[in-house]
Design a protein around this ligand. Sequence first.
Ligand code: PLP
Ligand code: COI
Length: 355
Amino acid sequence: MRIEKISKSRINKIDFNDISFGNHYSDHMLYCKFKNGKWENPIIKPFGKITVSPISLVFHYGQAIFEGMKAYKDKLENVFLFRPMENFNRMNSSAKRLKMPLISKSIFRDGLKKLINLDKKWIPNNYGQSLYIRPFIIASDGKLSANPSKKYIFMIICTPAKNYYSTPLKVKIEQKYSRSAEGGIGFTKAAGNYASSFYPTNIAQKEGYDQILWTDSSTHSFIEESGTMNVFFYIKDCLITAPANEKILSGITRKSIITLAKEKGLKVKECNLSVSELLYSFRKNLVKEVFGCGTAVVVNHFKQIGYKGKNYFLPKISYDKRISFFLKKRLLDIQHNVVDDPFGWRKKINGNGLT
Ligand code: PLP
Ligand code: COI
């Protein structure tokens, strides 16, 4: 793999105590073209602009997918990725659904390893902070006819990250708009899923909420997910989350939280929770906690849920008594190599690759 190193790192310009999500990008990026039916050799080069034709299908028909993952440091500055092959597999399932070429394991894994090794100074070394990694593929060629592109670009860029949200969230149960539908692309990380959520989310934000709690598109009566998070409801003595079906992004954090909750002996149900059941549980004071989880967000609890103009408030519980706090800490402890990883999720990056 060709590596063109930056002549002077920009890292001294960054105040790592003052980073907000997506404000700064690391020195290098991976760039790899697909043409004539195959991926070419990837290049790592200084982060910067790319040139694409204005007729690229990505601009007109939104043929674009992405992933989100993180690199973490431990106290000795060893670097780890968390379940990276899950991102690789999900990227390819998104690619398949959007009729894009699959990326090979060697390009993804070796590219990631070389890029993260090169830019490892950009990984903050504080617990809870990380380097957010964004692999993505865009359709870079086409005629204006609505057909799959014959050329693509796969890239990986990185941004130092701390909390995505810094406060508990207020969410609105959506009754009009939908994020996904049966047979659609809700299970993929397709760029269009996010674009279509901006308008209804903006309406919810004008009403005082942070995010939407999406419901099923046919009846708006079953809860799906929220913003860029999968959602868990701790009701009575059971943790409930929507099943990872074709309408929901099957979060890697979600999967990990389910495993960690079961490890703690909690009852976990992956089932369709109806809005009426949730409201009934609120009225009976059975709802203990609601939280969202995802790579960028990690775990963030909700404090208020709005439905048809009425707000339901979650009980005020101190952080250290929350199940969401316990699960978040257990997850971060594994990610930062503070504790053993009985699940084999943490992958160390060293000179020879992901081990
Ligand atoms: N749901 C949506 C819509 C997302 O964008 C994300 C973020 O990636 C998630 C759920 C959580 O997925 P993961 O835990 O793999 O980051
Ligand atoms: C992630 O958590 O990885 C995401 O993709 C969220 C992003 C849209 C900010």
